[in-house]
Each structure stands twice: as structure tokens, then as C-alpha cells.
Ligand binder design. Structure first.
Ligand SMILES: Nc1ncnc2c1ncn2[C@@H]1O[C@H](COP(=O)(O)OP(=O)(O)OP(=O)(O)O)[C@@H](O)[C@H]1O
Length: 251
């Protein structure tokens, strides 16, 4: 692997002594789409949140594009490079703000000047168009909100997107649209994805490699070809696969 976009070494996160993330190490290459799966409570969100600086990590190292970070301190440049999209587009967007305002905010924070052009382009990129610009987010459907959340992440031209169950709050048909939109953006922009999902079908569709988590640890790392041909080394992964609804793809 060339210099990884994201390198996590022995990352430990504890909550009152409980090891929610137990010395996890991962290298994710630039341009790679990397999945994180595991049962509920296995530490997937904690890992993503610790990378994003939303949780502090107690020990270990995080290196992003060659820059190292500790604890939960992140700087402007980090958030220009790394953006996160959350599961719940209802919670992550302020309901009483217009789409315009929601898209303007990250541009202002990061000092972009040509805001008009960027907002118009962002709305086009996520398939909404300028007719949505002055709508309030509470007037949008779940799928439209998630498109705005994606636009808000992409508008500052990041290199890495952290995606925490980005479609699991949406209907199946809308899920596919958002996943396609994300995949298109990744290809067009050469983005690196780190995607958490409980749905192995989603991971199989979107990712090239994945880590399987259990009780705060990575118990297995494999590529999607191995996932599809069921070359696992643990029964736990097999059980996850069986439990993942709709996973029907055969080797
Ligand atoms: N802020 C917190 N305070 C205390 N415990 C926490 C906190 N955040 C997470 N945990 C605990 O850490 C463990 C891992 O949680 P996490 O949310 O990372 O799991 P997950 O794999 O993302 O689960 P799910 O698929 O259900 O979202 C759980 O036992 C959870 O209760």
C-alpha cells in the first residue's frame, strides 16, 4: 500500500473504564472504499467518531494524509479533508434552516468565496437542483435531507468521507439512490470512504475491503471477493452474514 489516507494504530476508547474500542489498527488507502461491520455495540460508531474527533481516544495514533492527531482535537484543515455523514438526516440537519443556509455554513467556516456557484453545483451534484435552495430542511423528505447532508459534506471538497450507516434510516428504494449518489461522487472526486453498516449487502456493493468488529476489536479483515466467496476465518463473520437481511449474492 502507498501512503495510507488514514492510518489508525492501537486506538483505544474507554467510557468509565469500559473498552468500547480496544486497540484497533487499520490502514485505509487513498481512494479506497473501506467497510466496517459488526454486531450492535461492537464499536463501529465509536471508531468513526474517534477518527472524526467527536469522541476522544485515550491512546494510540491517528494519521490522516500524513498529519497526526490525538485525543479529540482536530483543526480546520482536518475538517476540510475529512467530512462525516450520519445515519439520521433528521437529527443532523437543523430543521428550521434553509438548504441555502445549511450549505453556506460549511463554506463560511472554511473560507470559500464563490458561494453562489458552489451551492448551485452542490445541489446539482446531489440531484436536487436550485429549486431546493430556499426550502427549509423540515420540508424535505428523508431521502432529500440525506442528499443535503451529502452535499454539505462534499461542498468543502474533502478527501475522506466517514459514513455512519448513511442509508439505514431510509426506505430501500431511496437507499439505493443515495448509495449510487455516494459511489458516483467517490468516482468523480477520487474520495476515500470509510463506511459503517450493519448491512453486509451494502458493504459488498460499496466497498473493496472491510473490517469485522466484535467487542471493540477488529476480529477479521477481508476483501469483498473473500466476503462474496465466503472465505471467512471466523464463525462470527458467518453469523453476521446470515443475519444480514437480503444478502443473497452468491460467489
Ligand atoms: N458516550 C458513551 N458513553 C458510554 N458508553 C458508550 C458511549 N458511546 C458508546 N458507548 C458504548 O460503547 C460500545 C460501542 O458502541 P458503538 O455505538 O460504537 O457500537 P456500534 O457497533 O456502532 O453499534 P450499533 O450498530 O448498535 O450502532 C457500546 O457498548 C456502547 O454502549
Amino acid at each position: 500500500m502507498t501512503v495510507p489516507a488514514l492510518s489508525i494504530r492501537d486506538m483505544l476508547v474507554t467510557f468509565s473504564g469500559f473498552r468500547a474500542l480496544d486497540e484497533v489498527s487499520l490502514d485505509i488507502a487513498a481512494g479506497e472504499s473501506f467497510g466496517i461491520v459488526g454486531e450492535s455495540g461492537s464499536g463501529k460508531s465509536t471508531l468513526l467518531r474517534a477518527v472524526a474527533g467527536l469522541n476522544r481516544f485515550d491512546s494510540g495514533t491517528l494519521t490522516v494524509n500524513g498529519r497526526s492527531f490525538t485525543g479529540h482535537k482536530r483543526d480546520h484543515e482536518f475538517y476540510r479533508t475529512v467530512q462525516m455523514v450520519f445515519q439520521d438526516p433528521y437529527g443532523s440537519l437543523h430543521p428550521r434552516q434553509t438548504v441555502d443556509r445549511l450549505l453556506l455554513e460549511p463554506l463560511a467556516i472554511h473560507g470559500f468565496a464563490d458561494t453562489e456557484t458552489r451551492i448551485a453545483r452542490a445541489l446539482d451534484e446531489v440531484g436536487l437542483g436550485s429549486g431546493f435552495r430556499f426550502r427549509f430542511s423540515h420540508q424535505l423528505s428523508g431521502g432529500q435531507r440525506q442528499r443535503i447532508a451529502v452535499a454539505r459534506a462534499l461542498i468543502v471538497e474533502p478527501k475522506v468521507l466517514l459514513l455512519d450507516e448513511p442509508t439505514s434510516a431510509l426506505d430501500a428504494s431511496i437507499q439505493a439512490e443515495i448509495l449510487n449518489l455516494l459511489e458516483q461522487a467517490r468516482r468523480d472526486r477520487g474520495l476515500t470512504f470509510v463506511m459503517v453498516s450493519h448491512d453486509l449487502a451494502v458493504i459488498s456493493h460499496m466497498c473493496e475491503r472491510l473490517a469485522v468488529m466484535k467487542t471493540g476489536k477488529v476480529v477479521e479483515a477481508l476483501d469483498v471477493a473473500q466476503l462474496r466467496s465466503r472465505e471467512f476465518s471466523t464463525d462470527y463473520t458467518r453469523q453476521l452474514l446470515t443475519a444480514s437481511e437480503g444478502f443473497v449474492r452468491e460467489a
